[in-house]
Design a protein around this ligand. Structure first.
Ligand code: SAM
Ligand code: SF4
Length: 348
């Protein structure tokens, strides 16, 4: 292990920052995917993501759009090829479109994508496409308006469905539904959601709930509904064909026989995906978070504000941070959350 560590240290000490660099952690994983939470605020209060009463960060603690751009560019120069803009709800941040447009112009990026709750898509889908967003993930946990209201606490299902139709008509390269499945809350919805995805020619991923932050309303252990259970429910109605296809994330995909739709399963509890981890996150307050399920992080905002214009320092800090990227997450759905950070700050 010592030898391995020393070998991966070489790029840090020898880093010639003018030549192409790749971010490689001490387990040999290449990091080429950055998720950025551009705001902790949101117009929804999903029961698995937030508590009903949330205190959001004061503005001074949140990265400015210029700072986000500077950091994103530094990551791109270090070999990051894909950036996902998320939140909180990214589309409630003033200036989000301008930021996306600027990110879309970073030449070395292959992919600029976003995750949204869909509430602003009806108005913004066209502008997102123009800004250079290639693919879009939209959260949708149920097609029942009352359940939707209960899960999101404030959301309007019809508005989100209209947003999805607008996104379809604008013509993104890919649209995917994300659905977090909770036992006895929306687990009965999985067949209906896949049928919706099939009817609309889009993909869908089912996500096992992760224990981030104290959400209060439900017992996460009791609400756990595994990917295996979802698969079993789906195979009563659909023929699912395993496919090795990947979209750069932890989803394991199946094709719905006779349809375009891919059904993905993100299974942090039932099927650990950490060995193929290719990502890091920039939290809303400018921490480089090396793993969703651990607190190992580096305060890039502090460095950026202390050294204006000095991107070499930032890049070196990012390279060095690879040495503290943990091997795997430590989630345990059956225990009280040890991670007090909520998903909205982290950038899910
Ligand atoms: N507001 C946007 C949305 O909901 O799509 C983007 C941010 S949200 C934090 C990103 C994704 O994280 C969503 O698909 C959401 O369902 C998921 N998510 C939030 N809290 C989660 C949790 N505790 N476990 C698993 N997924 C979660
Ligand atoms: Fe908002 Fe997304 Fe969290 Fe729901 S999952 S509360 S939409 S940030």
């Amino acid at each position: 292990m010592l030898l391995l560590t020393a070998w991966f240290l070489i790029p840090c000490f020898m880093s010639d920052l003018s030549s192409p660099v790749q971010l490689i952690d001490r387990f040999g994983r290449t990091v080429d995917y950055l998720r950025i939470s551009i705001t902790d605020r949101c117009d929804f209060r999903c029961v698995y993501c937030m508590a009903e009463e949330m205190i959001f960060l004061p503005r001074a603690q949140v990265l400015t759009l210029e700072e986000i751009y500077t950091l994103a560019k530094a990551f791109a120069e270090l070999g990051v090829k894909k950036i996902r803009v998320t939140g909180g709800e990214p589309l409630v941040r003033k200036g989000a479109l301008e930021l996306l447009g600027n990110l879309g112009r970073i030449e070395s990026l292959n992919e600029l994508v976003i995750t949204t709750n869909g509430s602003h898509l009806e108005a913004m889908a066209g502008s997102l496409k123009e800004a250079g967003v290639k693919r879009i993930n939209i959260s949708l946990d149920t097609l029942d308006a009352d359940k939707f209201k209960a899960i999101t606490r404030t959301g309007d299902l019809q508005k989100v469905l209209r947003g999805i139709q607008e996104a379809k008509s604008v013509g993104f390269e890919g649209i995917k539904i994300n659905a977090v499945i909770l036992k006895d809350r929306n687990h009965q919805e999985v067949n209906g959601l896949v049928q919706y995805a099939v009817n609309n020619g889009i993909d869908i991923s089912f996500i096992e709930e992760m224990p981030l932050g104290v959400v209060g309303q439900h017992d996460r252990s009791a609400a756990f509904y595994s990917s295996e259970s979802i698969k079993a429910d789906l195979t009563r109605n659909f023929s699912l064909v395993a496919t090795p296809e990947k979209t750069g994330g932890p989803s394991n995909y199946f094709r719905v026989a006779g349809a375009q739709t891919r059904v993905g399963f993100i299974s942090p509890h039932s099927e650990n995906f950490c060995s193929a981890c290719n990502r890091v996150r920039l939290t809303v307050e400018g921490r480089l978070l090396l793993c969703l399920g651990n607190e190992h992080s580096v305060d890039l905002k502090k460095l950026l504000r202390a050294n204006p214009g000095n991107t070499a320092i930032l890049k070196q800090a990012i390279i060095d941070a690879m040495l503290i990227k943990p091997e795997k997450h430590e989630f345990n759905i059956h225990e009280q959350p040890v991670i007090l950070r909520y998903m909205n700050m982290t950038g899910g």
